[in-house]
Design a protein around this ligand. Structure first.
Ligand SMILES: N[C@@H](CCC(=O)N[C@@H](CS)C(=O)NCC(=O)O)C(=O)O
Length: 229
């Protein structure tokens, strides 16, 4: 039986989509990509997306949603596995992927916080979350030498921090040396380098300038002229 045709429904800045993009590149999986405007969702998308969110993976006539599920499906249907074989280790990896999603939510709130107080709360939350990650992390990758689905889930997190670093050093990784090593190893991985547009940070900063948030105010201070036209 021939493999079903795969189509990734995407948005160019979505970190959850980028998890699937990394898997597709890492395992060299043939696919097509359809980009949509999340501010103006097409009807066909509303009709097939139960949560109204990207990514979706169209698999022939069927549709998968949720990035972690899509990544597992892509992994299980292609040679080699990026998940541990041991059920307990695999369960732990799933838990850390879920934790990565909670980091993405905290980052969105950091990005959009309207004033200094909630911004600082989110900065502290991010520091605490990465302290948890530090305790569970091998290096250079999450489980040591082998690249896994956890690595694909966290690489988009670090790409967002590349944009934040262009504004200021927010000290999120000041006390997590293993996380810093991990971030560096992920940024050097070819699948991850190819998954993001060269001007990804610049595009994020452009999006930030459209927000009326504390971080966008910091980005536009004269000492931080990032993303200026
Ligand atoms: N839990 C979902 C989260 C996906 C998600 O939040 N996608 C955002 C874009 S980054 C989205 O589509 N938002 C549109 C909306 O909420 O209306 C996953 O892991 O796939």
């Amino acid at each position: 039986m021939s493999n079903p045709q795969l189509e990734l429904v995407s948005h160019h800045l979505c970190p959850y989509v980028q998890r699937a993009v990394i898997l597709l590149l890492e395992k060299d999986i043939p696919h097509q990509t359809i980009y949509i405007d999340l501010a103006n969702k097409p009807d066909w998308f509303r009709q097939i997306s139960p949560l109204g969110k990207v990514p979706l993976l169209k698999v022939g006539a069927e549709v998968l949603f949720e990035s972690a599920v899509i990544c597992e499906y892509l992994d299980e249907t292609t040679p080699g596995s990026l998940h541990p074989l041991d059920p307990f280790e695999k369960a732990k990896h799933r838990a850390w992927i879920e934790f990565g999603s909670s980091i993405l939510v905290a980052m969105a709130n950091f990005f959009n916080a309207p004033t200094e107080e909630p911004f600082e709360q989110k900065r502290q939350e991010l520091i605490e979350k990465f302290t948890w990650v530090e305790r569970s992390l091998e290096t250079p990758y999450f489980m040591g030498k082998s690249f896994s689905l956890v690595d694909a889930a966290y690489a988009p997190i670090f790409r967002y921090f590349d944009a934040f670093d262009a504004i200021a050093d927010f000290g999120v990784f000041a006390d997590t040396p293993k996380v810093k090593t991990w971030r560096q190893a992920l940024e050097e991985r070819p699948s991850i380098q190819s998954a993001f547009a060269e001007n990804y940070s610049q595009q994020l900063l452009t999006l930030l300038r459209q927000r009326d948030s504390y971080l966008s105010m910091l980005a536009q201070q004269p000492s931080n002229p990032v993303g200026a036209d």
